[in-house]
Design a protein around this ligand. Structure first.
Ligand code: 6PG
Length: 466
C-alpha cells in the first residue's frame, strides 16, 4: 500500500524523525541522496522496517506516497533545500505539500513560500536527535490550511506536555522558522548564563567539576528545572577515562556554532528589537573562539584577580541570579517575537509558543509552563510585568546585582549576566539619559528634539550662539 508520508534526507535528524513517524503507526517512504544510507537505515530500523518503504530514485519515492502527497525535507539548510525542491518538482502534483523541517533561515522560508509552486510549510524542529526520535517540539509556519493537513501526524510525533502535543501553528510564511530561530537565540543565552555561573563556581568559588555538577543537580529540583540545567549537571559529573579526571576540565574552551543564534541577533537588529542577552551570548561564543588572542592578552595584562570569598557569593544567591537572568533573557525573546510578528502582519500567539517549548526542545523547562500562563494573562505586555514574573524578578534582582558586582570586581567575565542586569536597569528607569544624545544630535546635525515641558516636536537648541 502507498505510504502516508515521505521523508527525504536520512542524516541524523531525518533518520530519527522517520523512525518516530513509523513508530506512531504511519507508513513512510524514505529517500536519501546516497542509496547506501537508505539501505542501512532500513536494516537498522528493525521492527519498524515493515512501515518503511526505502526508495532509490526520486520517481520511485514520489510514486510510493499516497496523494495528495506530504513530503518532509530534512536536508542541510540553504542551497540544498532549493536544489531538492527543484529536483522534486517534475514528479509532483499541484496539491502536493512540501515541508522543510530543517533549520532554515526564516527569510529563505518566506521567500520559498512565495516562489515554490506547491503548498509549502517551514517547520522548526527542536530537540536534537533524541527529540526527533521520541518527541520533538514542532513550530509550524505557512498557510493554516496546510498545517491542518498535517496537524494529526505532527501532533502524533511531537513531545507531549501532560498529554498536550508540543506542535502548533505559529503563523504565516516564515513564522515557524522564525520562532525556531528565536528559540535558538534563547538557547544560546540560556547556555551562556549557565556557563557564566559555572565560571563563577569554578574560578570564583574554587569548586571542582563534580561539586559543580551536584549544584546543578540540586538546582534542577527547583525553579531552574530544565533540560539545560539537567545536562549541565551530567556534563560536569562525567569522568574522562583517559585522564581519570572530569571530562569537562579537558574540553577546549572554544564554543562552536552553526549560526542560528547569530541569525537571532542579526534579525533583532533589523527589527530594532532588544535582545542584549542573546547578543552577549553570541559575542561570548565568538570571544571564546579567539583562544590565541585571549592567551596573548592575558600575557599583556596578567590574569584578572578572580577568586571570591565563598561567603560573598552563597550558592542560593547564585541560583537566584541565574533565575533572574533567565527571566530577563526569555522576556527579550518573547518581545522579539511580538515585534517581528507585528512587523510582518502575522498574528502572534506568545502563550502558544511558550506551550510548544514546554517539552521536546532544547530550552524546555518548568518555567515555560508558568510563562505560558503569564503571557496569556496580559496580552501585549512584557513577561517582566506579569504578576508572577514581576514577583520573581523582585525577589531575585538583588541577587543578580550582588553576583554581577562581586564577579565584576574580581574580573570574572560575565557578559550575559551583566547585560541582563543592564537591560533590567535600563528598562525599569522611566527617565533615561537619551536627552543628552538628542542634545548632541541637535548640536552637530540640527536633528531636532522634543521638549518635555510643552511636548513640542522638532525643537532646536540655541547651540549656534555658543
Ligand atoms: C535544537 C537545537 C538544534 C541544534 C543547533 C545547535 O533546537 O534542537 O537548537 O537546532 O542543536 O544546531 O546550534 P549551534 O551549533 O549553533 O550551537
Amino acid at each position: 500500500s502507498a505510504s502516508q508520508i515521505g521523508l527525504m534526507g536520512l542524516g541524523t535528524m531525518g533518520s530519527a524523525l522517520a523512525l518516530n513517524i513509523a513508530e506512531k503507526g504511519y507508513d513512510i517512504a524514505v529517500w536519501n541522496r546516497t542509496t547506501a544510507k537508505t539501505k542501512d537505515f532500513v536494516v537498522e530500523a528493525g521492527d519498524l522496517a515493515s512501515r518503511i518503504t526505502p526508495c532509490e530514485s526520486l520517481e520511485a519515492f514520489v510514486n510510493a506516497i499516497e496523494r495528495p502527497r506530504t513530503i518532509i525535507l530534512m536536508v542541510p539548510a540553504g542551497a540544498p533545500v532549493d536544489q531538492q525542491i527543484a529536483d522534486l518538482e517534475p514528479y509532483l502534483a499541484p496539491d502536493d505539500l512540501i515541508i522543510d523541517a530543517g533549520n532554515a533561515n526564516f527569510n529563505d522560508t518566506t521567500r520559498r513560500m512565495r516562489d515554490v509552486k506547491f503548498p509549502f510549510l517551514g517547520v522548526g524542529v527542536s530537540g536534537g536527535e533524541e527529540g526527533a526520535r521520541h518527541g520533538p517540539s514542532i513550530m509550524v509556519g505557512g498557510a493554516k490550511e496546510n498545517w491542518e493537513r498535517v496537524a494529526p501526524i505532527l501532533k502524533a510525533i511531537a513531545a507531549k506536555h501532560e498529554g498536550e502535543p508540543c506542535a502548533d501553528w505559529m503563523g504565516e510564511a516564515g513564522a515557524g522558522h522564525f520562532v525556531k530561530t528565536v528559540h535558538n537565540g534563547i538557547e544560546y543565552a540560556d547556555m551562556q548564563l549557565i556557563a557564566e555561573v559555572y565560571g563563577i563556581m569554578r574560578d570564583g568559588l574554587g569548586l571542582g567539576a563534580s561539586e559543580i555538577g551536584d549544584v546543578f543537580d540540586r538546582w534542577n529540583e527547583g525553579v531552574l528545572q530544565s533540560y539545560l540545567i539537567e545536562i549541565s549537571g551530567k556534563v560536569a559529573h562525567t569522568e574522562d577515562a583517559a585522564s581519570g579526571g572530569p571530562l569537562l576540565d579537558i574540553i577546549e574552551d572554544a564554543a562552536g556554532q552553526k549560526g542560528t543564534g547569530r541569525w537571532t541577533a542579526i534579525e533583532a537588529q533589523h527589527l530594532a528589537s532588544i535582545v542584549p542577552v542573546i547578543e552577549a551570548a553570541v559575542a561570548a561564543r565568538n570571544m571564546s573562539a579567539r583562544r590565541g588572542q585571549r592567551r596573548d592578552l592575558q600575557d599583556v595584562f596578567g590574569a584578572a584577580p578572580q577568586g571570591v570569598d565563598s561567603a560573598s557569593i552563597p550558592l542560593d544567591k547564585l541560583e537566584a541570579a541565574l533565575i533572574c537572568g533567565k527571566i530577563l533573557c526569555y522576556s527579550q525573546g518573547f518581545d522579539m517575537i511580538a515585534t517581528a510578528f507585528a512587523q510582518n502582519g502575522w498574528d502572534d500567539n506568545l502563550p502558544g509558543i511558550a506551550k510548544v517549548w514546554r517539552e521536546g526542545c532544547i530550552i524546555r523547562s518548568g518555567m515555560l509552563d508558568d510563562m505560558a500562563t503569564a503571557l496569556a494573562e496580559q496580552p501585549g505586555r512584557s513577561l517582566m510585568a506579569s504578576p508572577l514574573f514581576a514577583d520573581r524578578l523582585k525577589a531575585t534582582e538583588g541577587a543578580l546585582r550582588h553576583v554581577v558586582v562581586t564577579a565584576m570586581a574580581k574580573g570574572l567575565p560575565i557578559p550575559a549576566l551583566s547585560s541582563a542586569l543592564a537591560y533590567f536597569d535600563t528598562m525599569r528607569t522611566a527617565r533615561g539619559t537619551a536627552n543628552m544624545i538628542q542634545g548632541q544630535r541637535d548640536f552637530f546635525g540640527l536633528h531636532g528634539f522634543k521638549r518635555l515641558d510643552d511636548g513640542s516636536e522638532n525643537q532646536h537648541g540655541p547651540w549656534a550662539s555658543n
